[in-house]
Design a binder for this molecule. Structure first.
Ligand SMILES: *[C@@H]1O[C@H](CO)[C@@H](O)[C@H](O)[C@H]1NC(C)=O
Ligand SMILES: *[C@@H]1O[C@H](CO)[C@@H](O)[C@H](O)[C@H]1NC(C)=O
Length: 316
């Protein structure tokens, strides 16, 4: 009996390794505040390389605080991503990347920022986009992009990016509910995800503020990055500034449970503090959508494994 369960655990481990690649990793959506990303920063090889490694893990990445007025920094980043995935074709399957950017948004000429979605052309495409019009309500009004993917269980979904103004975070977060209504009216699609640096923690948004934010009081919205998560990199702060929120049960069901997290790439890539801080004092946040082909890809393996288990059990 002991022998049997031992074989069995080896087989289960084998199954995880075998299926662990593409199918189980799902479709990754990331958001990253890249702290004043401009052409000067993009000219720093180390910064560009680190960003390339981070973004090449994701099917879609929302970058915030892109201060690149002429678009040259994003152009450099895209060409680095496309070169990188070509060179590492084995590992990254030769993905190609494109971007969808807002215009420069802000109230002060010295602090104009863009939202930039970077996405893999092989796994997802942009159906439409919508720049929220009510500019008085936000310092940087949200950019909504309607995506379509063949790889995900939910084929059509909408990502709404927001980088709140720290001094107005609570009001701006509450107004996301109005943005939700607007997006719903426009596309008749309830698969809506909000993401970005919301300043939704520490001094900018306290527990008491939640009663004034409709995305909290209305329980149809699920906050996937919880209050206890630390999305900052510095030792001095432990704050859940960067968040991912989804609307509705059906979209929630299409998300891999417990996949939302801050990605501590310092640990994962074994980078020094200085290398990380040269990119940003935030960490990227991410979540994974379930793949439409998960079962399809896993089925032949399950059949194989069960055949092997049977042969083990019947062997003397
Ligand atoms: C998704 O599938 C449709 C129909 O087969 C195809 O036309 C489209 O190019 C595919 N999109 C992506 C992003 O693969
Ligand atoms: C939450 O928001 C949805 C979408 O607008 C709405 O249909 C629902 O009635 C709201 N729930 C509550 C309790 O207000």
């Amino acid at each position: 009996m002991r022998g049997c369960s031992h074989h069995f655990s080896i087989l289960v481990a084998f199954l995880f390794v075998a299926v662990g690649g593409e199918a189980v990793s799902g479709f990754r959506i990331c958001a990253y505040n890249v702290q004043k990303f401009n052409s000067q920063k993009a000219a720093n090889y180390k910064v560009l390389h680190t960003l390339t490694r981070i973004i090449s893990r994701c099917d879609i990445t929302l970058l915030q605080e892109v201060t690149d007025t002429d678009g040259s920094a994003i152009k450099a980043l895209l060409s680095s991503l496309n070169r990188y995935s070509g060179r590492e074709a084995q590992r990254y399957e030769g993905y190609h990347y494109r971007s969808e950017s807002s215009s420069s948004l802000g109230k002060s000429p010295s602090d104009m920022q863009k939202y930039v979605f970077i996405y893999r052309t092989e796994t997802v495409n942009v159906v439409d986009r919508y720049q929220y019009q009510n500019q008085q309500q936000f310092v940087r009004a949200p950019l909504a992009v309607h995506f379509h993917s063949n790889k995900t269980a939910v084929k059509n979904f909408i990502l709404v990016g927001l980088h709140t103004d720290p001094s107005n975070a609570v009001k701006e977060l509450d107004r996301l509910y109005d943005v939700f209504k607007e997006v719903l009216k426009k596309w008749k699609n309830k698969n809506v995800m909000f993401l970005g640096d919301f300043h939704a923690g520490c001094a900018y948004m306290t527990r008491h503020d939640k009663k004034n934010i409709r995305l909290f009081t209305n329980t149809s919205f699920s906050w996937l990055i919880g209050d206890k998560m630390d999305t900052t990199f510095t030792d001095e702060t432990s704050c859940a500034y960067d968040r991912i929120v989804v609307y509705g049960k059906s979209f929630l069901k299409a998300i891999m449970p417990f996949s939302a997290r801050a990605f501590n790439y310092a640990q994962e890539f074994k980078l020094t503090r200085a290398t990380v801080l040269a990119v940003s004092d935030h960490l990227p946040v991410e979540v994974r959508l379930k793949s439409s082909t998960l079962l399809l890809q896993a089925t032949p393996l399950l059949l194989l494994v069960s055949a092997v288990i049977r042969s083990f059990l019947s062997s003397p």
